[in-house]
Design a protein around this ligand. Structure first.
Ligand SMILES: Cc1cc2nc3c(=O)[nH]c(=O)nc-3n(C[C@H](O)[C@H](O)[C@H](O)COP(=O)(O)OP(=O)(O)OC[C@H]3O[C@@H](n4cnc5c(N)ncnc54)[C@H](O)[C@@H]3O)c2cc1C
Length: 246
């Protein structure tokens, strides 16, 4: 059901007594239904693939989403100088600059040959609040005062490039080890904490969600590696800390 907003999770007792105020402390609980702007939907199990929005659904019923949001922005720069940088020869067979991280402050260039432009970004930490906006906007001043000076220090004539587009979203951070969380609470599987690499990890995340959904102890990854489903969970978590977050 596209364009349907989930307004909340309805926590109910597994064995209802039909007494006002249920579920009580001493009753075994489950998510009985989800409340949407197109009515109430019931199911035996639910999957929340809501990443940075997960807390809005799980907080009211007391499930910890274990994640925190941070705004992230991309700035597209174009023009002759940007194209010269894009077409840097000698680094690969394509004559295109590869994805490049500046040594200073982790500012990166993601080449965009189809758009004849460069995408500039950074995953800044201290000084960047953990906060959430429903419609985050890229901040041109952030680019001018923070990213542009770093780029100018490395690339000749960079001051002649122009910002031609910009956009923003959130990284949904697992602040502990920066790997996704896939865990079950009652009859609900929760997938969040993609920490800026949920597209890259989408195949594996889907496989973990499937195993968690069917209560399988093991997950078989694309390359045949077998892992414990609990490795990305909360209890029994067993993954190394992700070192490179861009
Ligand atoms: C600027 C930027 C650059 C990025 N670059 C990369 C990259 O190069 N590589 C990479 O791997 N990752 C990148 N990421 C991260 C990547 O976008 C995320 O990890 C990924 O989109 C997470 O996928 P998801 O399906 O878990 O969640 P999302 O894509 O966030 O999807 C969650 C969906 O749930 C919906 N939803 C939430 N709450 C409700 C509700 N109450 N009712 C109904 N629907 C709801 C939302 O509308 C949304 O459609 C980037 C992120 C940003 C912000």
């Amino acid at each position: 059901m596209f364009s349907t907003e989930v307004k909340g999770l309805r926590l109910v007792p597994e064995s209802p007594l039909n007494y006002p105020g249920e579920p009580f402390l001493w009753q075994k609980k489950t998510i009985g239904s989800i409340l949407t702007d197109r009515g109430e939907l019931t199911a035996e199990q639910f999957i929340l693939a809501t990443d940075v929005w997960t807390g809005a659904l799980t907080d009211p019923v007391g499930i910890d989403s274990h994640v925190r949001p941070k705004k992230r922005e991309i700035f597209q720069v174009s023009g002759d100088v940007a194209e010269n940088i894009l077409h840097t020869e000698g680094l690969n067979d394509y004559g295109i600059l590869p994805f490049t991280i500046m040594p200073k402050s982790g500012v990166y260039i993601r080449p965009a040959p189809k758009e004849r432009s460069l995408w500039i970004g950074v995953a800044d930490n201290i000084g960047r609040s953990f906060s959430f906006e429903e419609d985050p906007q890229a901040d041109a001043d952030f680019y001018q005062m923070n990213l542009r000076p770093v780029m100018e220090a490395y690339w000749r004539n960079y001051d002649k490039t122009k910002v031609t587009s910009m956009w923003a979203g959130h990284y949904c951070y697992n602040t502990l080890d920066k790997a996704p969380f896939i865990f079950r609470s009652m009859n609900t599987v929760i997938a969040d904490g993609t920490s800026g690499s949920g597209i890259l990890k989408g195949d594996s995340i889907g496989r973990f969600v499937s195993s968690a959904f069917f209560s399988d102890d093991k997950v078989k990854l694309y390359d045949g590696t077998v892992m414990e489903t609990a490795a990305l969970g909360v209890e029994g978590r067993n993954v190394p800390v992700e070192k490179i977050i861009l």
